[in-house]
Design a protein around this ligand. Structure first.
Ligand code: NAG
Ligand code: NAG
Ligand code: NAG
Ligand code: NAG
Ligand code: NAG
Length: 354
């Protein structure tokens, strides 16, 4: 269970000395001032209005986008992100999996970092030293993650280092996660009052609700994500579980998922028909568009380890659309693994070899 992070103690906000201090703390000076390239981002974090499940609500966007922009960098680059907090409460972004200090990301709060007060800005600076892979950032305080504020981090190999698979024809990011129509502030209040988190209201994919695969479960007029592809091409799908508490089973109808990377490590390449992705995890799959496009295909993220009699909500469903598709997806979703096979997830995790 995800609980709001405790307030930060060692805070050194507002001092410009802090930036330098932070730099010296996080990175040896040799790295701080080395010749590795710098990349600069300017982000404004603010509330946006969206209706992913058909009901208007406040979500957290970055530069007007929900999910936020992708941080697309290369190994050893220095990343400088000036974050303006236009929310009405403090904000702390966590760079999940970016190794600023050993294990620092695991507690969700950078011990040396500080929340940005409402109306202020702060410049994060870090180097993606000796890293590759797919990660994501998210707001780690005050249950804000339940309202969004997340986005992808791609760390590309330096050109001199070979990637252990052919260059894909495209790169597709999928942010999947459980979702509540209640605001993050109300959810936070519930938790503070000692109430249990309710069953989520649905599962989003890239900030969108489900395709209407079932008229009883999905109301009319929901906007869903469409992933457009070309037949015969191979795409790298980077799939992140950005949710609060729900493990998800991810699958693409009729398509193999060739696992190639998870959280910064290339894996032994192996095909899966589906993959359990737990909260906070990121996976890269190569998916070849080798089907006949007699229709569109479902992309599914369904809850794992939940009591289905209390869940009775739609799964997350996006559409894989070939340019030569003959028509819409229809019929039942592809089957998940057996819901009560508690060993499935564990065995699957064990089958992954780095
Ligand atoms: C990321 O940047 C590289 C070049 O550095 C580019 O080739 C690639 O298409 C970009 N990927 C995304 C998802 O923007
Ligand atoms: C705040 O943003 C301004 C420019 O928008 C920048 O000059 C300044 O360094 C930023 N302050 C911090 C603490 O990041
Ligand atoms: C994975 O499946 C694809 C077909 O979708 C096949 O072409 C490929 O050889 C398989 N790779 C492995 C390593 O099993
Ligand atoms: C397309 O593939 C599906 C499933 O693999 C098969 O049932 C269907 O008959 C095929 N359609 C055509 C036109 O080949
Ligand atoms: C699922 O929830 C229902 C209703 O709350 C309960 O009666 C049932 O025992 C639960 N099943 C499991 C396997 O926990």
């Amino acid at each position: 269970m995800h609980t709001p992070a405790p307030p930060n103690r060692r805070c050194c906000f507002t001092s410009s000395v802090c930036g330098l201090f932070l730099c010296l703390l996080l990175l040896p000076p040799r790295i701080c001032f080395a010749g590795d390239p710098y990349v600069f981002y300017d982000w404004t974090v603010s509330y946006l209005t969206a209706s992913p499940l058909g009901q208007k609500q406040q979500v957290i966007g970055i530069n007007g986008q929900f999910p936020g922009p992708i941080l697309n960098v290369t190994t050893n680059w220095n990343v400088v992100v000036n974050v303006k907090n236009h929310l009405d409460e403090p904000l702390l972004l966590t760079w999940n999996g970016i190794q600023q200090r050993k294990n620092s990301w695991q507690d969700g709060v950078l011990g040396t970092n500080c929340p940005i007060p409402a109306g202020w800005n702060w410049t994060y600076q870090f180097q993606v030293k000796d890293q590759i892979g797919s990660f994501f950032y998210f707001p780690s305080l005050s249950f804000q993650r339940a309202a969004g504020g997340y986005g992808g981090i791609i760390v590309n190999n330096r050109e001199v280092i070979a990637v252990p698979f052919g260059l894909p024809d495209g790169d597709i990011n999928l942010f999947v996660g459980d979702w509540y129509t209640k605001s993050h502030k109300d959810l936070r209040e519930d938790i503070e009052d000692g109430k249990n988190l309710q069953v989520p209201d649905g599962i989003l994919m890239n900030g969108f609700g489900p395709y209407r695969y079932d008229e009883a479960l999905v109301q009319d007029g929901i906007t869903y994500q469409i992933i457009s592809v070309e037949p015969g091409k191979t795409y790298r799908f980077r799939v992140h579980n950005v949710g609060i508490s729900t493990s998800l089973n991810f699958r693409i109808q009729n398509h193999n998922l060739l696992l190639v990377e998870t959280e910064g490590s290339y894996t032994v390449q192996q095909n899966y028909t589906n993959m359990d992705i737990h909260v906070g995890q990121s996976y890269s799959f190569l998916v070849t568009m080798d089907q006949n496009a007699s229709s569109d295909y479902y992309i599914v993220a369904s809850p794992r380890d939940v009591n289905l009699s209390t869940w009775n909500k739609a799964s997350g469903v996006a559409i894989l659309h070939y340019s030569n598709s003959q028509g819409p997806a229809s019929g039942p979703l592809p089957d998940p693994p057996n819901a009560y096979d508690t060993f499935f997830s564990m065995n699957q995790a064990r089958s992954i070899r780095l």
